[in-house]
Design a protein around this ligand. Structure first.
Ligand code: FAD
Length: 356
C-alpha cells in the first residue's frame, strides 16, 4: 500500500505531500511527470509527482526492476518503491479515483485509436503479402476464400477506425457541447472495449495470412501479435470497462438517448441497422437488469455505432458487408465468413495502400 502524509501544515488539493510505499506497476518510469494514487486518512487520493526535484536530483523513487513483458518491449514498465516521494495532491482528498479517471477517459480513447491503428497495420501487411505471394499459379488475394478473409478484416478495420475517430471528434467538442460530452462519456469505453477485444483475434488472422513467415520472430507480425492483447488490460480490463458503460448509463440516463440519437442519424440508410437499433433500444430500456449480459450489450452498442458511421460515410460495399455480417447474423465465428453476394473485390481495393 502507498500512503501519503502532508509535508506542511497545508492539506488537500494543491498541498505538498510525501508518499511512501510500493507500486507493482509503474509504466514509463523515465517520465517527467506522474499521476499516482495513495491513501491518506480520508481515503485514496490522487497526486502529481515530478520525476526530478528542483535541484536536479531524482525524486524519491527507486526502480526495483523492469517488467519482462510479453510485448510492448520498447515501453519500459517497472516496479518502484516510493520513499518520501514529493508530490502535490490533485483534486479532492479521498476522491482520487474520480480525479484520475478523468485522465483514464483520455487514455481509453488512446487505446481505442491505438488498437484500431494496430489492426490497420496488420491489415496492410496482410494485403501486401497476399497480393504478392503466389500459390497454385495465382495470387493469394485472387483466391475467393482468401479474398473473403482479407475483405472481412478490411470491413472490421474500417468500422473500428470510424468509431474511434468519431469519439475523438466528440471529445474535441465535449467542452462546448453537452450532447457530444455525453456521447464521449458513454461511447468511449464502448470503443475501448470493442477495439481492444477484437485486436488479438484480428492480428492472429492477419498473421495467418502470411503463413509460416508470420510466426517467425523477425517478422513484424510477431511483434503485433504480442502487442495485441495489452490495450485490453491496462486502463481497465474488459469487464471493468463494460461495467463502466453500465454505470454511465445508470448515472446519466439521458446519455442512452444521445447514443441512440447518434446511431439513428443513419436511419433509413439500411433496414438491417434500423431493426438492430430498435432491438438494442429495447435492451437498453432495462438498464438495471443488464449486469450479467453487459458484455453482449456493449458489443451491440459497438456494432450499432459502427454500422451507423459506415452507412453515413463509407462505401455501400463496406456498409452492406458490415450490416449483413454483424447485424443480420449472416456471419461465422472466424474472419473470412462474409456471406455470398458482397463486393469483396472493391472492399479489398479500398483498403489497399499503394506505395507512391
Ligand atoms: C504492461 C503493463 C503496464 C502497466 N502500467 C501501469 C501503470 O503505469 N500504472 C498503473 O496504475 N497500472 C499499470 N498497469 C496495471 C493495469 O492497469 C492493471 O493490471 C489492470 O487494470 C488490471 O488490474 P489487475 O492487474 O489488478 O487485475 P484484476 O483487477 O485482478 O483483474 C483480474 C480479472 O478480474 C476481472 N475483474 C476485476 N475486477 C472485476 C469486477 N469488479 N467485476 C468483474 N470482473 C472483474 C478483470 O476483468 C480481469 O479479467 C500496467 C499493466 C501492464 C500489463
Amino acid at each position: 500500500m502507498t500512503t501519503a502524509r502532508p509535508e506542511s501544515p497545508r492539506r488537500g488539493s494543491g498541498a505538498p505531500y510525501l508518499l511512501t510505499g510500493h507500486k507493482w506497476f509503474f509504466s514509463v518510469p523515465m517520465s517527467d511527470l506522474f499521476l499516482t494514487l495513495a491513501q491518506t486518512d480520508k481515503g485514496l487520493s490522487c497526486f502529481l509527482a515530478t520525476g526530478w526535484l528542483p535541484d536536479g536530483s531524482r525524486n524519491r523513487l527507486k526502480l526495483q526492476r523492469l517488467k519482462d513483458k510479453c510485448g510492448n518491449k520498447s515501453n519500459a514498465s517497472s516496479e518502484v518503491e516510493f520513499y518520501g516521494l514529493h508530490a502535490v495532491m490533485l483534486g479532492e482528498e479521498g476522491r482520487g479515483i474520480r480525479t484520475i479517471i478523468e485522465m483514464a477517459h483520455l487514455t481509453r480513447l488512446d487505446f481505442a485509436v491505438g488498437s484500431s491503428g494496430l489492426m490497420r497495420q496488420a491489415l496492410s501487411q496482410a494485403i501486401h503479402h497476399t497480393s504478392n505471394r503466389r500459390a497454385f499459379q495465382r495470387g493469394l488475394i485472387d483466391l475467393p476464400i482468401m479474398r473473403n478473409v482479407v475483405a472481412d478484416l478490411a470491413v472490421e478495420s474500417e468500422a473500428l477506425m470510424w468509431m474511434s475517430m468519431r469519439l475523438a471528434q466528440a471529445l474535441d467538442h465535449a467542452e462546448t457541447d453537452r450532447a457530444e460530452a455525453m456521447l464521449s462519456r458513454i461511447a468511449t469505453p464502448v470503443a475501448k472495449y470493442w477495439a481492444c477485444k477484437r485486436a488479438p483475434q484480428f492480428v492472429a488472422e492477419a498473421l495467418e495470412c502470411h503463413g509460416g513467415n508470420g510466426f517467425i520472430a523477425d517478422h513484424l507480425m510477431e511483434r503485433l501479435y504480442r502487442e495485441a492483447p495489452l490495450n485490453g488490460i491496462w486502463e481497465g480490463t474488459g469487464n471493468v470497462i463494460c461495467l463502466d458503460v453500465l454505470r454511465a448509463m445508470q448515472r446519466e440516463p439521458d446519455s442512452v438517448g444521445v447514443f441512440l440519437g447518434e446511431v439513428r442519424k443513419a436511419r433509413g440508410g439500411d433496414t438491417r441497422l434500423d431493426t438492430f437499433t430498435d432491438r438494442l433500444e429495447r435492451r437498453l430500456m432495462k438498464v438495471n437488469d443488464l449486469e450479467p449480459i453487459v458484455r453482449r450489450v456493449v458489443e451491440m452498442m459497438a456494432f450499432a455505432l459502427q454500422a451507423s458511421l459506415l452507412v453515413r460515410y463509407s462505401t455501400p460495399a463496406v456498409a452492406s458487408a458490415f450490416c449483413a455480417a454483424r447485424l443480420d447474423g449472416d456471419w461465422g465465428r472466424a474472419f473470412g465468413t462474409l456471406p455470398h453476394g458482397l463486393d469483396t473485390q472493391s472492399i479489398v481495393d479500398r483498403a489497399r495502400i499503394e506505395a507512391s
